[in-house]
Design a protein around this ligand. Structure first.
Ligand code: AMP
Length: 222
């Protein structure tokens, strides 16, 4: 199955995508993670992308779209994939449709996570990620802290705060881009009949793992 995770920063897209990927075997393809890995390894792509990322801006489509197209060509994405962080604009969604059409494929489900804005900002500020790019586990200092402070439960590597999560300015910029450029995708996919909107909030006592459980149950037809 081909799935897209949608939702503003801090809604838990990565958490849901990670659980779904683990349980189905379909790869989680996170454009942000691919960029960060390249940045850490100081590849040409990473250095170029980094110029936009740290300021909270979108990396240009000339870089992003071919990168995703190449990743979707890999063997492990043949049976299904979970896109996390792509597409982020209508133009990217249209490009994705073209890429998939050539392969006789389509998007089967778009999971749109919604969370009250004050809650997402709090979650971004308290988010910590594993510094080991092969692990990438995500924690939250309040809701989902690691067992040992500053250390990843899964692999023992150091937990760090993403550079773009540490400044209010960058967070606001990213949320503004989400509202103006990414949110219109909700209507785009609603018209295609593949949108599934899920509220994720402590207010309704529903978090990413609950959403993932429900989606998995539906995928398996239980
Ligand atoms: P994320 O981890 O999804 O929050 O992405 C981190 C950063 O990577 C974003 O703020 C952008 O600078 C860049 N990025 C990730 N995905 C995309 C995309 N689909 N288009 C353009 N830039 C992206």
């Amino acid at each position: 199955m081909n799935i897209i995770m949608m939702g503003a920063q801090g809604t838990g897209k990565g958490t849901v995508a990670g659980i779904l990927s683990e349980k189905t075997g379909w790869p989680q393809i996170s454009t942000g993670d691919i960029f960060r890995k390249n940045l850490e390894e100081k590849t040409e792509l990473g250095i170029e992308a980094g110029k936009y990322m740290n300021a909270g801006n979108l990396v240009p489509d000339e870089i992003t779209v071919p990168m995703v197209a190449n990743r979707l060509n890999e063997e492990d994405a043949k049976a299904g994939f979970i896109l996390d962080g792509f597409p982020r604009t209508i133009a990217q969604a249209e490009k994705l449709d073209e890429i998939l059409k050539e392969k006789n494929k389509k998007i089967d489900m778009v999971i749109n996570l919604t969370t009250p804005r004050e809650e997402t900002i709090e979650r971004i500020l308290t988010r910590r990620v594993c510094s080991n790019q092969e692990c990438k586990a995500t924690y939250n200092l309040v809701m989902h802290p690691p067992k040992v402070e500053g250390v990843c439960d899964k692999c023992g590597a150091e937990l760090v705060q993403r550079k773009d999560d540490s400044s209010r300015e960058s967070i606001n910029k990213r949320l503004e881009i989400y509202d103006t450029q990414t949110a219109p995708l909700v209507e785009y996919y609603e018209k295609k009949g593949v949108l599934r909107t899920e509220e994720v909030s402590t207010k309704v006592n529903r978090l990413g793992n609950d959403v993932a459980d429900d989606v998995l149950r539906d995928i398996k037809g239980e």
